[in-house]
Design a protein around this ligand. Structure first.
Ligand SMILES: CCCCCCCC/C=C\CCCCCCCC(=O)N[C@@H](CO)[C@H](O)/C=C/CCCCCCCCCCCCC
Ligand SMILES: [Ca+2]
Ligand SMILES: [Zn+2]
Length: 267
């Protein structure tokens, strides 16, 4: 995975345990992996708007935290790919675990009454997050992080599929779109890792405008960012349907999905 003949740039020699396939410091002296950096915007801007909308609608704090958690992953990932510094890598990878724990809590507690807080899953998820953090700080093995993250995603997939199969079948399209988009990102992430040498060679021969399309780690950000955003919308829709808020999906500019409910009065 680690590329060999890379240029040096503003942030010095990479100290991260991972260095992705995109050639370092090619587009800018100040940004190590330019396309891997800017592709994080999809994980930053729409979730911030989602958090504002959720706040305005008076919906539960856990959904505002979900959107902000996704934005935090995007900001951490921006800092990591811009610098390739180990501390920034942690700022990318650890929030992936924390925000997915928030998603898990939302989805497993979606059929409880309004504003109820269940301490047992919160304590369990905190113990999980703290344990993963402590182990990963000691044992700097990226595969450990990937397996822990994958296990959390698997919990989300199983729970979503259960809900749309047995409780709200009309939400199947949203569930499988979110899952499909996320998995497409995962396929591209694997291609980027497995075929890095060929991708790099192909970029030498392709015009730069086309070569950028082969930056599959950047595509992974775009697809998992969109898949995760859709997953939060699904979770919000399940919750607000259960609470009888009559949620509606609206498309901003006819393309970008957002969820609206009648603003709820504080109670
Ligand atoms: C029903 C759909 C489920 C959607 C799940 C949503 C969970 C989203 C949570 C957080 C958003 C994270 C978005 C990805 C950010 C990526 C940032 C990044 O690139 N980080 C790397 C460093 O740059 C980091 O090292 C990458 C780690 C990749 C881990 C890959 C593990 C893949 C796990 C997929 C497992 C699928 C399991 C399916 C089982 C049925
Ligand atoms: Ca690189
Ligand atoms: Zn990344």
């Amino acid at each position: 995975m680690a590329p060999s003949l890379d240029r040096q740039g503003y942030w010095g020699r990479p100290t991260s345990t991972l260095d992705w396939c995109e050639e370092n410091y090619v587009v800018s002296f100040y940004v190590a992996e330019f396309w891997n950096t800017v592709s994080n915007l999809i994980m930053i801007l729409p979730p911030i708007c989602g958090a504002i909308q959720t706040f305005r609608d008076g919906l539960e704090l856990r959904y505002i935290c979900s959107f902000l958690g996704l934005a935090a992953v995007g900001i951490g990932s921006w800092c990591f790919h811009m610098t390739l510094l180990y501390e920034m890598q942690l700022l990318d990878e650890l929030p992936m675990i924390y925000s997915t724990c928030v998603f898990v809590y939302c989805l497993y507690e979606c059929f409880k009454h309004k504003n109820s807080i269940n301490l047992f899953p919160i304590v369990l998820l905190c113990i999980f997050s703290i344990s993963v953090t402590l182990v990963y700080l000691q044992w700097k093995e990226p595969v450990f992080h990937q397996v822990m993250y994958g296990a959390l995603v698997a919990c989300l997939v199983m729970r979503s599929v259960f809900i749309v199969t047995w409780v709200y079948p009309w939400l199947r399209a949203l569930c499988y779109t979110s899952l499909g988009v996320f998995m497409l990102g995962f396929v591209l992430w694997n291609i980027d890792n497995a075929f890095c040498d060929s991708l790099r060679a192909s970029r030498q021969s392709l015009p730069s405008g086309i070569g950028v399309v082969t930056q599959f780690h950047a595509w992974w950000h775009i697809f998992t960012g969109l898949g995760s955003y859709l997953h939060i919308l699904l979770s919000l829709q399940i919750r607000s349907t259960y609470l009888k808020y009559r949620p509606k999906v609206k498309f901003v500019c006819g393309v970008w999905p957002t969820l609206h409910v009648e603003p709820q009065k504080a109670s």
